[in-house]
Design a protein around this ligand. Structure first.
Ligand SMILES: *Cc1c(COP(=O)(O)O)cnc(C)c1O
Length: 362
């Protein structure tokens, strides 16, 4: 695997090389079964072992308390945009959706199909600096039955590092591009969900961590494959799960444990994003106008002060194996997604290229 590039894609994104090597080695003859893991029953004892080990490892990594269920779902994070209100509400209930950017707003729009969500804007632009209101200033409604928010806005490059502090409210988090990037206190949340293709593994699996007492909280009927009670009662195997994605996610959990867990990866992630933001800060050539306290450590967005140079930057960087730096189609500019699997060396290469490019074109 010497031809690997540093791939800064926002998702699907990089998977650790060691994990890919293991998968390659095991591909055609997994556990001496003469088959690949993709070709065997999800109910076989071999696959059941993979499934429960993956759950166990995730529980260890995140220190998930016993009164929480871990569900391996399908339908992506967008599936959860519907599943959350469908499972937790009756039609009349009011809920709060914190609007911090693109994805939290998408969740709000989907929720409108099922309930009456309040959209609470927390993004502010003061003297050309973008920041998010601190939690203590969020204007939560007294009669809302849950609060939904997104701690890392993948497209906007914005993060909320505070943990929720709202008493007597059900807290739901879209952790798609934040999960496993640093330790969190799961007890501060009632439901956490995340699509796998950002910081876990291949697309196709969606993790839901839910307080047991929230399951079956509604008299509404949901489609069975989005119904937490059905999924939970069938140990995430009500319908055929994406077995390969589950297996590979399990390998990623083992890789992360071996590396030293979330405290260790947090240090590495900080080092990576510090390097990149330091480079951006060092001159007026590259621009990111987000307040320090809300800068994402996972998705670093930036653009060139001279917009005409953006395309040239993308072309030249990709030529030397720094790929997928193009910003979101709505946003333009550049985005370096530097999830857990992006090695420090990849970020160092990018920073070196940025210095070179600046010298050439400034
Ligand atoms: C990518 C992403 C989504 C959408 O995920 P899908 O799995 O494609 O549905 C939702 N929320 C956030 C924060 C994301 O980063």
């Amino acid at each position: 695997m010497n031809n690997r590039v540093y791939n800064f894609s926002a998702g699907p994104s990089m998977i650790p090389k060691d994990v890919l090597c293991t998968a390659k080695k095991e591909l055609t003859n997994w556990k001496k079964l003469g088959s690949s893991v993709m070709e065997i029953s999800h109910r076989s004892k071999e696959f059941m072992a993979v499934a429960s080990e993956a759950e166990q490892d995730l529980r260890e990594l995140l220190n998930i308390p016993d009164d929480y269920k871990v569900l391996f779902c399908q339908g992506g994070a967008r599936g959860q945009f519907s599943a959350v209100p469908m499972n937790l509400l009756d039609t009349t209930q009011k809920v709060d959706y914190i609007n911090s950017g693109y994805w939290s707003n998408c969740a709000f729009i989907e929720a409108k199909k099922y309930c009456i969500p309040n959209s609470i804007l927390i993004k502010q632009n003061i003297n050309e600096k973008i920041s998010l209101l601190p939690m203590s200033q969020w204007r939560i409604n007294k009669n809302s039955s849950y609060i939904h928010y997104c701690p890392n806005e993948t497209m906007d490059g914005l993060s909320i590092y505070e943990e929720p502090i709202f008493n007597n409210k059900i807290i739901i988090g879209d952790f798609s591009s934040y999960i496993l990037s640093r330790p969190i206190n799961v007890k501060n949340y009632d439901l956490i969900y995340a699509g796998a293709q950002k910081n876990i593994g291949p697309a196709g699996i969606t993790i839901v961590i839910i307080k047991e007492k929230l399951i079956n909280n509604s008299s509404r009927k949901s489609p069975s494959i989005l119904d937490y009670k059905v999924i939970s009662e069938h140990n995430s195997m009500f319908n055929t799960p994406p077995t390969f994605a589950w297996y590979l996610s399990g390998l990623v959990f083992k890789w992360l444990k071996k590396l030293g867990g979330l405290k260790k990866i947090e240090k590495i992630n900080k080092k990576k994003s510090d390097l990149l933001y330091k480079k951006i800060n060092s001159s007026d050539f590259y621009i990111n106008n987000i307040d320090d306290k809300n800068r994402s450590q996972m998705n670093v967005i930036f653009h060139l002060a001279e917009p005409k140079l953006n395309e040239c930057f993308l072309k030249e960087s990709s030529k030397i194996g720094l790929t997928a730096l193009r910003g979101h189609r709505i946003k333009g500019g550049m985005r370096a997604s530097i999830y857990n699997s992006m090695p420090l060396e990849g970020v160092i290469s990018l920073v070196e290229f940025m210095s070179y490019f600046e010298n050439q074109y400034a």
